[in-house]
Design a protein. Structure first.
Length: 82
């Protein structure tokens, strides 16, 4: 059985992958200069999102656990939680 932290990283990685792909796909398809090159750029966006998602998950997942926050840090927040 996997640890809770591992499960959080997996699920957070899947969500980060979807967000990164969406940002990249919308950028490629909404910029008129990039549309003719979309045939090559969309696969590049897929690969980039697959590469960057685990890195984002490792950075975001620990913030999903209350035990990693002290009382003062919980009140203060950080870049992600505000």
């Amino acid at each position: 059985m996997l640890a809770t932290d591992t499960w959080l990283r997996i699920f957070c990685g899947m969500m980060a992958n979807a967000v990164l792909f969406g940002i990249g796909a919308v950028t490629v398809l909404s910029v008129p200069a990039l549309v003719p090159h979309a045939k090559l750029l969309i696969p590049a966006v897929v690969v980039a999102s697959l590469v960057l998602a685990p890195l984002a998950a490792v950075w975001i997942a620990p913030r999903m656990r209350l035990r990693n926050w002290g009382t003062e840090a919980w009140r203060r927040g950080d870049l992600i939680s505000g």
